[in-house]
Design a protein around this ligand. Structure first.
Ligand code: ZN
Length: 241
């Protein structure tokens, strides 16, 4: 996520991205505003429930620790995987699916769609979709583009593959070097409400090294916070409002 501001600024200022007129990048920022203007894209659902989602895995260095923590908490979540990561650790991708979690498509690889041609986006998503289906045996229903930045090609490819694009409305900003479990909980809890979709990362492959530990450490306190609020937690498939 850390490059988002740079790319949005570049897109606004012209230059090489000015020709990318198929872009709608602004929707990726401003979660609270998006929540009211585009509730479906923000993942707003059942107001007695929050959807828990993880991006960028599966990663042998970190995902197993998330599986253990989720098992302890009795939670199922949605894992937005990369085809490239799943292909490098297919046994782990299958383990996530076998534990009852939902597999969703983050991308074949992790690149800004607005910086790529429509054909590149279509090919990358189709490859990732096929990889995740072949490896895990689950057919993906959801897509969240890398960095949360959508293009027209993202949406057209989602339609063709039968995917629903979904972002989030509360995030832990766990990708930052300075993130801690308490900062992640604080960032999440400042935005979350009944119906929210929460964004965390189970890998640091696009983030500050070791940053996943801040997301992992936030899960237990998050469970206590959600219990206080009386909210159930689960994957996107159980989140329909
Ligand atoms: Zn990502």
């Amino acid at each position: 996520m850390r490059l988002l501001g740079t790319v949005l600024a570049a897109a606004a200022g012209g230059g090489v991205l000015a020709s990318a007129m198929h872009t709608v990048p602004a929707v990726s920022a401003l979660g609270p505003l998006r929540r009211t203007t585009m509730p479906q894209l923000s993942g707003m659902g059942d107001t007695a429930h929050v959807a828990l989602t993880f991006d960028d895995g599966p990663d042998p260095a970190s995902t197993p620790a998330f599986l253990e923590a989720l098992d302890r908490l009795g939670w199922k979540a949605t894992f937005f995987m990369l085809g490239s990561m799943a292909a490098a650790a297919p046994g782990l991708a299958r383990e996530v699916a076998a534990a009852g979690h939902e597999i969703a498509l983050h991308g074949g690889t992790h690149h800004y769609h607005i910086a790529r041609s429509p054909k590149w986006v279509a090919n990358d998503l189709a490859r990732g979709y096929d990889q995740l289906g072949a490896i895990t045996g689950q057919r993906c229903s959801w897509h969240r583009p890398p960095y949360g930045v959508l293009s027209g090609a993202t949406l057209a490819t989602c339609r063709r593959l039968g995917l629903r694009a979904v972002l989030w409305d509360a995030w832990g900003r766990d990708w930052r070097h300075e993130a801690t479990p308490s900062s992640v909980l604080s960032d999440l809890s400042s935005e979350l409400r009944g119906g929210s979709t929460l964004l965390l990362h189970d890998s640091d492959c696009t983030s500050a090294p070791g940053s996943w530990r801040s997301a992992l450490g936030a899960l237990e306190p998050l469970a206590a916070h959600l219990e206080l609020l009386g909210l159930r937690t689960g994957p996107l498939r159980d989140h329909a409002g």
